[in-house]
Ligand binder design. Structure first.
Ligand code: NOJ
Length: 547
């Protein structure tokens, strides 16, 4: 059996509005992405070397939630280009061996989607049951107690029929009723439409919420909630997230992917390691190829996971324990919904050092790593003046504009992004691709080296994960076939002092945050700088390099 491509891939997430503007409107577009593909992978080690791209939504949309409110699943938003540009993007990616994933939003449409407009028009409309419509309770109360992820009740009254509709996000994002077979069929057809056009797979938005309690029963209150905590945490999302029926729907989605060769599904899911693992399916029936594990970003809302070796070890131990045999985890240190990595880990001004170590850990782990655009050059959250804020979610909960600012290609006032006023302001000029590209000591060069090392090293791509004993505040793990001599070691130091970590077999430092260490022979131990990390390739591995 040939090995599936996603097992060895490094995936790069592009937020299309912010990657590259080609037509001077201040908004990134598909043509811009085409122009920048060689940066991502031109087949040589001077490029970043990513194997796949995931584009946040590119479909026609009123942009209330910047594309996560889709009004036509089978098109391209004019801000981004046309179907012709999309076809060219697919072809240009494939010409470089890059796979292209789009972002499928199955939980909800825009309230401007023709399905919802029809559904809202009358009680008898044939599409009425495509969404959730309920009357007020006899006492005038809302149909149930569910809250919107963005805050406020999950129900809004529609004047047309006097009933409420359910929206787990903005009121402009009504939830689809996946218990209606017509909805399921129509949404499956969206997948087929894009597979026929050559798309290699999808990141699936809000995977865990598409099937809810059949009677939409109230959620229990969260006894641990305290005033000041996020409002949505005031209840336990028992009946509308990871509800058991969702797993059947996931398996049926998988069958659509399997109608075509090599199509890949990556689900946005939240929960414990066990809940995440359930999305991979079981022995009898597969589910998603990959389910995100965001626990390095946050385990318990609203707190960020600290940069702490003991916590990270536990997260990976849990993930490895829970995941079904033959499946592999999928970690990320950032995305378009969360504060940038450096901003998150910069309490002592040493976020950049931690970002260097994170690149080594992410590429060293057994997983399909996802890198959010700009993380490779150390982009930070950008402070945005009130009048320039865009994200409607900020009105009720946290805003996400600071981590969505334009890619910083060079140090010029336009950062190489656009000739026009950009849709969001630019970040600091001194973090840019141009300068880091040429600098061997840069974060970009470290990312690039880590990605290419992973490609060349069988143990890093395919080897099992084993945690080895190490001092508190350090993390040492091995990647390799069980019992075989061939192996790679990854060592991380999350403390502020230098440490010495024992490694079980001799090898060579192949990658280190302190890059002058690379090439050094390692006998029994490796020295790590404060907050440093390194990857050692054991001598035995050399025989299978480039296998
Ligand atoms: C998760 C997406 O990542 C986020 O950006 C969006 O607002 C919600 N889903 C709703 O679609």
């Amino acid at each position: 059996m040939t090995r599936e491509w996603w097992r060895d891939a490094v995936v790069y997430q592009i937020y299309p509005r912010s990657f590259q503007d080609s037509n001077g409107d201040g908004i990134g577009d598909l043509e811009g992405i085409i122009r920048r593909l060689d940066y991502l992978n031109d087949g040589t080690e001077t490029s970043l070397g990513v194997d796949a791209i995931w584009l946040s939504p590119t479909f026609p949309s009123p942009m209330k939630d910047f594309g996560y409110d889709v009004s036509d699943y089978n098109g391209v938003h004019p801000d981004f280009g046309t179907m012709e540009t999309m076809d060219r993007l697919i072809a240009e990616c494939h010409a470089r061996g890059i796979k292209l994933l789009l972002d499928w939003v199955p939980n909800h449409t825009s309230d401007r989607h023709p399905w919802f407009i029809e559904s809202a028009s009358s009680l008898e409309n044939p599409k009425r049951d495509w969404y959730f419509w309920r009357s007020a309770k006899p006492d005038g109360g809302l149909p149930n107690n569910w809250r919107s992820v963005f805050g406020g009740p999950a129900w809004t009254l529609s004047e047309e029929t006097g009933q409420f509709y359910l929206h787990s996000f903005l009121k402009e994002q009504p939830d689809l009723n996946w218990r209606n077979p017509e909805v399921e069929r129509a949404m499956h057809d969206v997948l087929r439409f894009w597979f026929e056009r050559g798309i290699d797979g999808f990141r699936i938005d809000v995977m865990g919420m598409i099937l809810k309690h059949p009677e939409l029963a109230d959620n229990p209150v969260n006894p641990r909630w305290r005033p000041g905590d996020r409002e949505r945490s005031s209840q336990i999302w028992l009946n509308n997230r990871n509800y058991p029926d969702v797993f059947g729907a996931v398996k049926r989605i998988r069958r659509v992917f399997d109608e075509y060769p090599e199509k890949t599904a990556v689900g946005e899911v939240f929960g414990t390691a066990e809940e995440i693992s359930a999305y991979y399916g079981d022995d009898r029936e597969p589910g998603l190829h990959l389910a995100f594990n965001f626990q390095f970003i946050h385990e318990i809302e609203p707190w960020h996971t600290p940069w702490d070796a003991e916590i990270m070890k536990r997260i990976v131990r849990d993930a490895e324990r829970a995941i079904p045999a033959g499946s592999q985890p999928c970690f990320a240190f950032g995305n378009h919904d969360r504060m940038r990595f450096i901003t998150r880990h910069n309490e002592d001004g040493r976020g950049v050092e931690r970002a260097r170590a994170a690149a080594i850990v992410l590429m060293g782990l057994r997983n399909t790593p996802f890198v959010y655009y700009g993380e490779e050059i150390g982009m930070e959250d950008v402070e945005i003046p009130e009048e320039q804020l865009q994200d409607p979610a900020r009105l009720r909960t946290f805003g996400r504009d600071p981590e969505r600012t334009p890619m910083q290609w060079d140090a010029t006032p336009s950062r190489g992004f656009s000739e026009a006023e950009p849709w969001l302001p630019y970040g600091r000029a001194d973090r840019n691709v141009d300068e880091q590209f040429a600098d061997d000591g840069s974060l970009l060069s470290l990312y690039r080296a880590a990605i290419w090392l992973r490609k060349r090293t069988a143990s890093l791509r395919e080897g099992a994960y084993r945690e080895l004993e190490s001092l508190d505040g350090t993390w040492l793990f091995e990647r390799g076939a069980t019992g075989a001599a061939a192996a790679a070691y990854v060592a991380l130091n999350t403390t502020g002092h230098a440490v010495r970590v024992a490694v079980p077999s001799p090898g060579t430092v192949a990658l280190a945050t302190l890059r002058s260490e690379e090439g050094r022979r390692v006998g029994q131990h490796i020295d790590l700088e404060p907050l440093g990390a390194a990857m050692v390739i054991a001598d035995g591995e050399r025989s299978i390099l480039g296998r």
